[in-house]
Structure formats: C-alpha cells, structure tokens
Design a protein around this ligand. Structure first.
Ligand code: 4G3
Length: 254
C-alpha cells in the first residue's frame, strides 16, 4: 500500500518512522509513506496557499490551485490510488472502513488546515471524505496518521507472526477480554485461576464471556450490531436470570 499525504507540514509524518509496527512495515516494503508539501504547488512566487473567505467571516480558506496541483501530481504518480480528504464532515472512520482500505494499491490523503478547504476541491478531485471522530483538529495531519496506522496493521504480515489483527477488539465485534501477564499476584490482585489451568476450552469460554460482560457494561451499542456465537445467548440468559433474581429479592424486601 502506497500512502501519499498532501500537507503543509510534511515533517509531521516522520513521527510514524520513529519506531514500532509502522516503521517496520515501511522497512519491509509492505507500505510506503510519502508526504508532499502542498506549498510546493503554490502558483505565486510567495508560496501563498490560503486566502480570505468569499462572503466574509473570520479565518482563512485553503486556495484551490495549490491543492489541485498537488492532487494531480500525486494521481499521476499513483493512478490507481483512492483519494480521501480528512475533514470533520467526512464518513466516520471505524474498523469496518479500515478493513476496506487495504484493498487499494494506494491512498492519497489530503490534509486541510485553516478553517477549511475551497469546496471545489472535494467536488472535483476527491473520491471521498473521512472523519476520525466528532471533534475539530487544527489540521488533518493527525487524522491521516490515525488512518495510516489503523490500515497498516491490517496489511498481511505487518503485525508479525506472533500478533494477529484477527484476535483483537472489533474483529469479534466485542471489546477485548482482560489480559494478564506475570506476576501471578500483583499488589494483592491475582490472575484468574482459569488462565493458569491449561484447559484451553475453559480459557476460551472464559474470555468470550468476559468480552460479553465488558461489552454489555461499557459499549452496549456494539452488542446490538454483532452476530452472536453459539453459547452467547445461553450465557446472556444466565446473566438475565441472576439480575432478575437480585431485582426480585430487593423489590419484595422493600
Ligand atoms: C475543516 C479532520 C478542518 C475542514 C480535520 C479540514 C478534524 C478532523 C480541517 C477541513 C480537521 C476529523 C482540519 N479536524 N475529525 N481539521 O477527522 O477540510
């Protein structure tokens, strides 16, 4: 996957190469990351890339010509790439969308600054708009890095043999079960006995139930959207019985 980022701050993307999974994916050529300075495509000799909004108002808008030049340059180098702009108005980025993106040979990620980008850019030169969440950033750069990170870890081989993107939260549609490592007792809190039992069936059932309880308590919305596995309904039914017993006990007592 070739990531081409169009930005006024290309140096920010060196942060991805400091260490970890993304750096390794670049070194093994599973991905490439090229940050292109939009200012290099300014059409005047002062390198101006913003201007005042038509109709008035505070703040500045990114001029269309430098961005158009940068996008056409990137598309010429990567004709097969999908072009996305990071903006609060975009489709909300989630794990389902992250899973769609490794299907493209390349992604061109456009990072706006100032109060926004001239509307004609997204109309004519962009395949889609994407938002990493309902909040406003000073620029699209951090959002682009979030997308690069989430997509890269789904590329085959990027996580390495020992890790897998299959096991984690959202691939099951549920929150992750609790994880423990040594020591067996830490500050008076013990690791659940079942995890030391060597009974792989029991461990796998315990983890699934822990995921279900955790998701029910912290993100009940996720349980409504996911298909449940055989055994899940029986477990939830057992929880329902426990809760009903407790409620009945306390309501007849008062
Ligand atoms: C307005 C993305 C602001 C228009 C970008 C770009 C938040 C997100 C910006 C525009 C951003 C997000 C830059 N803020 N939630 N700021 O993904 O095209």
């Amino acid at each position: 996957m070739d990531f081409t980022v169009l930005t006024l701050f290309p140096e920010m993307f060196s942060a991805l190469l400091v260490g970890g999974i993304i750096k390794r994916a670049v070194e093994s050529r599973r991905i490439s990351i090229e940050a292109i300075d939009i200012r290099d495509f300014a059409t005047d000799r002062h390198g101006i890339v913003d201007d005042r909004p038509y109709g008035g108002g505070c703040g500045m808008v990114m001029k269309p010509e430098p961005l158009a030049g940068a996008i056409r340059h990137a598309k010429k180098r990567h004709p097969e790439a999908y072009t996305l702009m990071l903006t609060p108005q975009g489709r909300l980025f989630d794990q389902a969308l992250a899973r769609e993106l490794p299907g493209y040979a390349g992604l061109i990620l456009i990072c706006g600054r100032y109060e926004g980008v001239d509307e004609r850019i997204s109309q004519d030169l962009v395949d889609g708009e994407l938002s990493i969440g309902d909040y406003v950033l000073t620029g699209g750069e951090l959002a682009a890095m979030v997308v690069i990170d989430a997509v890269t870890r789904l590329i085959p081989g990027a996580l390495g043999g020992e890790q897998s993107a299959e096991e984690d939260s959202f691939s099951t549609g549920l929150l992750e079960y609790p994880q423990y490592t040594r020591p067996r007792s830490f500050e008076g809190v013990h690791v659940p006995d079942v995890l030391l039992s060597g009974d792989h069936g029991a461990i796998s059932r315990w983890r699934r139930q822990a995921s279900l309880i955790r998701t029910l308590l912290k993100r009940p919305d996720l349980l409504l959207g996911q298909p449940l596995r055989p055994g899940d309904m029986e477990f939830l039914e057992k929880l329902r019985q426990h809760i009903e017993t407790i409620i009945e006990k306390h309501s007849t007592a008062s």
